[in-house]
Design a protein around this ligand. Structure first.
Ligand code: ZN
Ligand code: MN
Length: 483
């Protein structure tokens, strides 16, 4: 165990999934577009134009702020953050400085024992800052030149900065996993890190365990997956520990993560905070969020993932493990609840089917819950067909994929394909006799005392019945007739 503890804060930029950009009517998502094809005079910073605030961006920000338990400001302002960079055509970024859309807030992150937690408590990560702003463009080096793409200029972002409440690389990853889940759950962002919908920079420092001081921190940039965040923070904690042990001081560097070589390199030393000369954006009105608008937005605030997970364990008696998986996605958890209702029996039975069969089928087809073609009512019907022994378990499981592919009801498929289980003893006895007669060697083996071949015989009977025989009846009759 190290005698040091890390203090980590995460600064995230979240791309909101609005249809249009924050101050103009250009498409917000231009991931597949050619460079500089999705721009207009407003977002490319031509002189003489006026921005108009996108209402949907405000609404998504308010929804997220409420889910983060933040105080929502009835009056907020936009400000200009002035700096010169080629991907910023106006020479300033429109953001929110001292009077942003929300104040405070926190997110509880359940910690598994693997992430250094006791598996019981949650880590409460405070939110220091939550504001709306516009994105900048992208620069890239190609053909020996520096090229600029303005398509991303003006895409609505939420910048959200945590307090120094995270203490391990795993906790940082756990926070981002929960944040991504929440963003998708609320429907405010696609939150795909690989596409830059969710970007995270990490501030890292270390201190002696038990100490409460905040030492000099470094900032890690260019991490574009949760795995990269984890590895980069781990490497930086190791590096700072080595430096401190060698008697060196930590310098406030900005570090860049290279995913390919899994190494950090120094981008720049950060001696003084840049002076951004913030001032109010004179071309935009203050955002006035009156009670009526606020209530209207918050009416769409759903039950949050952790609350739903807790309810699943309490109301349905599900194990923690099931509840966690079934609440990973909002569509999946809605689906589960509808299926439980349609089924009317033990919720754990429905959970077993969901976890073993429905999720595997989705996985095989590369789908998520929203791609489910089998309705909750049809799933309930398939389970009942097995409960009532109309079909055997393996036929029941095979029905899931058939319903998904055809959209027909399980009952209709059973009828059309004649899948109903043969539990009629006489019918199975005939099959058993045929199988024994056709396989005298194996029958002799069994009678000679090697009774384990019974499994092979059951398999043969199942095959003869094309899967419809009740395997238990088959086994019973085989034992009887092989005596
Ligand atoms: Zn535009
Ligand atoms: Mn920012």
């Amino acid at each position: 165990m190290s005698k040091y503890e890390a203090v980590i804060g995460l600064e995230t930029h979240i791309q909101l999934n609005t249809v249009t950009k924050i101050f103009c009517s250009c498409k917000a998502d231009s991931w597949d577009d050619d460079p500089n094809t999705n721009i207009c005079p407003v977002c490319s910073g031509l002189p003489g134009v006026l921005p108009v605030l996108n209402k949907a961006a405000v609404e998504k920000a308010v929804l997220l702020a409420a889910a983060m338990h933040a105080d929502i400001n009835p009056l907020s302002f936009f400000d200009r953050k002035n700096y010169f960079y080629p991907d910023l055509p106006k020479g300033y970024q429109v953001t929110q400085y001292d009077r942003s859309i929300a104040r405070g807030g926190y997110m509880d992150v359940p910690l598994s024992p693997a992430s250094g937690g006791d598996g019981e408590g949650d880590r409460r990560v405070r939110i220091h800052k939550l504001h709306l702003e516009e994105d900048a463009g992208k620069t890239k080096n190609e053909f020996g030149r520096r090229l600029i793409d303005f398509n991303r200029c003006g895409v609505p972002l939420i910048e959200m900065v945590t307090g120094p409440d995270i203490h391990t690389a795993d906790e940082a990853a756990a926070y981002l996993i929960r944040l991504r889940q929440l963003l998708r759950w609320l429907g405010v962002s696609e939150a795909d890190m690989e596409k830059g919908h969710l970007r995270a920079d990490a501030n890292v420092s270390i201190r002696l365990k038990g100490s409460t001081v905040l030492n000099t921190k470094t900032e890690i940039k260019n991490v574009n997956s949760i795995e990269a965040v984890r590895s980069a923070i781990e490497k930086e904690i190791e590096r700072q520990t080595r430096e401190v042990e060698a008697g060196h001081t930590i310098k406030p560097w900005t570090l860049s993560w290279d995913d390919e070589t899994q190494t950090l390199s120094k981008m720049r030393s950060k001696e003084t905070e840049a002076d951004y000369r913030y001032f109010r954006e004179p071309d935009l009105l203050p955002v006035r969020l009156d009670d009526a608008w606020r209530d209207q937005i918050l009416a769409a605030l759903p039950e949050l993932p952790l609350a739903r997970r807790a309810r699943f364990t309490q109301a349905y008696g599900l194990p923690e493990y099931d509840a966690e998986i079934l609440t990973a996605e909002r569509a999946l958890s809605d689906y589960y609840e509808n299926a439980v209702q349609a089924y009317g029996g033990d919720p754990k039975t429905v959970s077993n089917w969901m976890m073993n069969d429905v999720l595997r089928m989705l996985n095989d087809r590369g789908l998520t819950a929203s791609g489910l073609n089998i309705t909750p009512a049809h799933l309930a019907e398939a389970i009942r067909l097995v409960d009532e022994k109309v079909v055997n378990t393996s036929t029941g499981k095979a029905l899931i994929a058939k319903v998904q592919d055809t959209g027909k009801s399980p009952k209709a498929i059973v009828e059309a394909e004649g899948l109903a289980k043969v539990s009629d003893e006489d019918a199975i006895r005939t099959l058993v006799r045929q199988v024994i007669e056709a396989n005298p060697t194996e029958a002799a083996t069994y009678r000679g005392g090697k009774t384990t071949v019974i499994g092979w015989f059951v398999g043969q009977v199942m095959r003869q019945s094309r899967g419809k025989a009740d395997p238990e009846t088959a086994k019973k009759l085989l034992e009887e007739l092989l005596m």
